[in-house]
Design a protein around this ligand. Structure first.
Ligand SMILES: [Zn+2]
Length: 89
């Protein structure tokens, strides 16, 4: 799933599809529609989805997956910061 810049998301336009209470802070392109999520659910619920997607739960697998999650998080944060710098120029 590709993350779409959240500046594209208009508050009030999309409700979080996990809690169905708060406005979405971000969305991903999913098939066939977008998947909307608020920051609270992204932080608290998406890690659960990652763990649930793991078929084998052993120490090595958990550690490897956690390292991949951390790598993906920092890559996304870097790309987001670069985008903000570009938008402020
Ligand atoms: Zn939510």
């Amino acid at each position: 799933m590709a993350c779409v810049p959240d500046e594209i998301v208009q508050r009030g336009k999309g409700k979080c599809q996990i809690c169905n209470e708060r406005d979405a802070d971000a969305y991903w392109m999913a098939s066939p529609e977008y998947f909307y999520v608020c920051q609270g659910c992204a932080v608290e619920k998406l890690p659960t989805l990652i763990v649930d997607s793991m078929r084998i739960m052993d120490r090595d697998r958990i550690n490897t997956t956690l390292e991949r999650v951390k790598s993906a998080f920092w890559r996304a944060a870097t790309l987001r910061l670069l985008r903000e710098v570009r938008n402020n120029d």
